[in-house]
Structure formats: structure tokens, C-alpha cells
Design a protein around this ligand. Structure first.
Ligand code: 4AD
Ligand code: MG
Length: 468
């Protein structure tokens, strides 16, 4: 027996009332008013508590003792209602709540910035503290939560170990120099030696930053537990102000021992299908909303993805396809240059018309840890490209041969000693292994149709923006 009283009490979520099988007397619910309309001795309140896209119509009769106050409630006000769930005479809704009692929990000032009309996504970003109460961001948030759960379920069902990799790190996994610095040194007057900032006197005794990926530490765990995954925030000080990049985003990174690039692609495909299937099964109402309002044909696209076999082509074939496309791209295409998002989208949208793995990229444009192929020019890398979003997954087989790894590190000016621990697992029981990273927000963009990454993450961090 607990001596504590649950905060839920007898309250029922709005969703369960909307989905009720039968009329019910004397039920309680709580939430925030989406609209309040009064007239002729009756007030209608659209009550929403985030449990569903639809609001519950609360009907308040003028016989209630606090009717005056209730009829003057503003949009956004918080109320607790008890009453009877009865069939609604209004069209478009099965039930309404005939109030017996309305408790005003929190009033709402008249300048509430989230009125009933449709607001632009740009405007909603300026009120990110209130946009969880909007239809679109409510649907996105429910989706985000449901997909997170599906991610864990997928790996749990397959025996993968969930690892929490560090957020503060001294290594730049991707080698792109995009680490945000973490320091306690006095920015005005840091200690110096030989004219340079002396990081040996910093908190950790060396230069540290926020992680760009949990992969390197993930590999350590894969060589103990075979199949592992991470799911956490990652940070990149990438000054690219695009609709697909955030400075703080979430990534899911599985890592598998005894796995090559083929096995890596197989898991990526299975994973994506599983997540999309779970969204179709568990987020039907929100998907309908996205299909109607955001991306026409979305549900159809997702249903196709669950059935389709993903295409695959090598980087070299992709470059050949781009070269003979006759398109004039902003960035020129040539073997050895990185694919830009315009190229990626052309490949997935025009050449394939669906998801496509591009594999075996030139070593020169990929990170140091990727396994060198026998041709000595390319590495066992893969990117999964999908229409509209472009790159959604990046992965590779890892270089498990110490001598090859060392040579590669020197080539890209990484001192092998600085990653002594990473090298060590190649000395004691090294084995082939592979993994990938799914950008969680990129996936959400794909399944919601939302076009800007800022609109699928609660409080986006992008160049120049850290508000809220
Ligand atoms: O391709 P990336 O850089 O790969 C890695 O970080 C590897 N360590 C993953 C691995 O093999 N374990 O990033 C992986 C994915 C990208 O495909 C993209 O979906 C997403 O992370 N991503 C971003 N998402 C939002 N904002 C950014 N700035 C992103 N950068 C990468
Ligand atoms: Mg990538």
C-alpha cells in the first residue's frame, strides 16, 4: 500500500472519452481550451489534453453556478470538468461532455498567441513554448514518442544491448571538426603555454567537446556484447543553415560484431520497415492529419515502403547516373567529390523513385574508421537515401585490421596514440563489425512529411538559435 495519492485520480484522457463505446454518466477529464464559444445560455469548449488530435466538445449550461466565469474563459485556459458523456447532435463528433461541474484551474490572458486560425510553421517556431498545443506539433510530438518506443522495441526484440555512450568526449568520431567545445576555462583569460591555450589545465585535463556520434564507444561494446545500439543526442557545430540540419539532433546507432556491409544494409532496411510499419499501426489518426494537411499521399508512400525492396547502387554507378542525367546541378559531379543533397535527391527521387542504398564511397570523402575495400580506393560505406529527405542513414563496415587503420589515421592526420583505446580492440580479439546511424529527426521528417527539421524537434538548436 502506498500512502501517496495518484495525480490522475478518476480522470480519463480525452482520447478515451472520444473513443468510448457507450454513453457514460459522471466522468472527469482535464485539459486546455482550444476554443470557447458562448451564446444563448450555453458555452461550448473544445477541450484538448494532447492525448489525441481531436478535442472533446464540452457543453456548459447557464445553470452552472460559475457559468459567467466559464463563459468568459479565454482560449488556452486550463479546466477540469466532470459531467456526462452523451451522444452529440453536432456532426463530425460522436460524443460530447455535458458538464455538471467546471473547475477553472488556470485562466488564460486574452493575448494568448495560439488562436484557432492556422499559423505558419515559422510563426509557431517563435512560440516553441506553446506550439506543443497546436495540432501539427501535437501530432509530431505523439509521433516522436511512439517512434522512440518502437526503436527500443525493435532492438529489444532482437537481443541488442542498449548502451549509453558519453555526451562529453575528447574524440571527434567523424573527423569533420564540428565539435562544440566543452570547457571551464575562463574565456576572457585562459591559461596559456607557448602562446596557445593550455587545455591541460582545463576541467578534464585535455580538450573536450560534445559528441558528434556514439559510434566509437559503441564499437567497444559490440566487441563484448555482439549486438548493441545507442539512442541519444548528438551535436554538430556545422554552420549549414539548411532545413535538414540541426546543431543538436538525436541519433540511433546500432553496431554489430561479425557483420559486414551487406548485413549492415540488411539491418537498416529491416529497421526502417519496422519503424514505418509501427507508425502505420499505432499513429493512424496523426498520419491521416499529415496525409491531408502536410504531404498528400503520405500513407500510400509509407505502405509502399513496407512492401518495397530497397534499391542499391555503388557510388561509382551513382556518379555515372548523375553524369548522364543531363541535369545542370549547382555542384558539379565527378568521381571523388561528395554527393550534395541535390544529387542525393535526384538519385532517390528521379533515378530510383524510392529508397536507395549508395555504397562503396571513395575513401577520401569518408571517415577514418571505414573499412578499406580491396580496390584500395573505396571504403565499405553506405548511405540510405529516401525521397524528399535525402540521406536518412549513414553507416559502414569498420576497419578491423590494425595496420590498415593506423595507416588511414596517419593519412588524415589523426595521431594513432590519441585513439589508443579504439586501436586496442583491434589488438585483442578484433573481428569484422559494422553499424550505422539513423538521424531520428530525418526519419520523423520522412514519416510526417514535415519539410523542416525545426518542426520535428521540441526546441530546435540551429545556427543563431538556442532560445527556449
Ligand atoms: O552520416 P553520419 O555523420 O554518420 C555517423 O555519425 C556515423 N558515426 C554513424 C554510424 O555509422 N554509427 O550521421 C548519421 C545520420 C545521417 O545519415 C543523418 O540522418 C543524421 O545522422 N544527421 C543529422 N541529422 C540532423 N542534423 C544534422 N546536422 C545531422 N548530421 C547527420
Ligand atoms: Mg553521412
Amino acid at each position: 500500500m502506498t500512502r501517496f495519492r495518484s495525480h490522475r485520480g478518476e480522470r480519463l484522457p480525452v482520447k478515451s472519452l472520444l473513443q468510448s463505446e457507450a454513453a457514460r454518466d459522471d466522468v472527469q477529464t482535464r485539459g486546455w481550451a482550444r476554443t470557447v464559444r458562448s451564446g444563448r445560455g450555453v458555452t461550448f469548449i473544445a477541450l484538448n489534453d494532447g492525448s489525441s488530435l481531436d478535442s472533446l466538445q464540452v457543453v456548459v449550461d447557464s445553470s452552472l453556478p460559475n457559468y459567467d466565469a466559464v463563459s468568459r474563459l479565454g482560449t488556452g485556459a486550463c479546466i477540469s470538468v466532470s459531467g456526462d458523456l452523451v451522444e452529440s447532435p453536432a456532426s463530425g463528433q460522436k460524443w460530447e461532455l455535458q458538464a455538471r461541474q467546471v473547475e477553472i484551474v488556470g485562466l488564460s490572458d486574452p493575448d494568448y498567441p495560439l488562436q484557432k486560425k492556422r499559423h505558419s510553421f515559422e510563426y509557431l517556431r517563435t512560440i516553441a513554448h506553446l506550439r506543443p498545443r497546436s495540432n501539427s506539433f501535437g501530432a509530431v510530438s505523439r509521433m516522436r514518442s511512439a517512434v522512440s518506443f518502437a526503436v527500443h522495441r525493435f532492438f529489444h526484440e532482437r537481443g541488442f544491448l542498449y548502451v549509453h555512450t558519453p555526451i562529453i568526449t575528447a574524440s571527434d568520431c567523424e573527423g569533420a571538426g564540428e565539435l562544440f567545445r566543452v570547457t571551464t576555462l575562463d574565456a576572457e583569460n585562459p591559461p596559456r603555454s607557448d602562446g596557445k591555450v593550455d587545455f591541460s589545465r582545463d576541467f578534464f585535463g585535455e580538450e573536450t567537446g560534445l559528441t558528434v556520434s556514439g559510434q566509437l564507444e559503441g564499437e567497444m561494446f559490440a566487441t563484448a556484447f555482439s549486438d548493441i545500439y545507442t539512442f541519444g543526442p548528438t551535436f554538430r557545430a556545422e554552420n549549414s543553415n539548411t532545413s535538414r540540419h540541426a546543431a543538436e539532433f538525436w541519433m540511433i546507432e546500432p553496431e554489430m560484431a561479425f557483420c559486414d556491409l551487406d548485413g549492415d544494409c540488411a539491418l537498416a532496411e529491416e529497421f526502417l520497415r519496422y519503424l514505418v510499419q509501427s507508425v502505420l499501426e499505432n499513429c493512424a489518426d496523426d498520419l491521416d492529419f499529415f496525409d491531408q494537411r502536410i504531404e498528400k499521399g503520405l500513407i500510400d508512400k509509407l505502405q509502399q515502403l513496407v512492401k518495397a525492396e530497397f534499391a542499391a547502387m555503388s557510388y561509382s554507378d551513382a556518379v555515372a547516373a548523375l553524369e548522364k542525367s543531363g541535369r545542370s546541378f549547382e555542384f558539379p559531379v565527378s568521381w571523388g567529390a561528395d554527393l550534395q543533397s541535390e544529387h542525393e535527391r535526384y538519385l532517390t527521387e528521379e533515378v530510383v523513385g524510392g529508397p536507395v542504398f549508395v555504397t562503396d564511397y571513395p575513401a577520401g570523402i569518408k571517415a577514418f574508421y571505414m573499412r578499406r575495400n580491396d580496390d584500395e580506393k573505396t571504403v565499405a560505406a553506405m548511405d540510405l537515401l529516401v525521397p524528399r529527405v535525402g540521406e536518412i542513414i549513414g553507416g559502414s563496415q569498420r576497419e578491423e585490421r590494425l595496420d590498415v587503420l593506423d595507416a588511414r589515421m596517419r593519412e588524415v592526420n589523426i595521431a594513432p596514440e590519441s585513439l589508443w583505446w579504439y586501436r586496442d580492440i583491434r589488438r585483442w580479439g578484433s573481428c569484422p563489425h559494422a553499424g550505422f546511424g539513423l538521424g531520428f529527426e530525418r526519419f520523423l521528417m520522412y514519416v510526417t512529411g514535415m519539410e523542416n527539421i525545426r518542426d520535428v524537434i521540441p526546441f530546435p538548436r540551429t545556427p543563431g538559435h538556442a532560445a527556449f
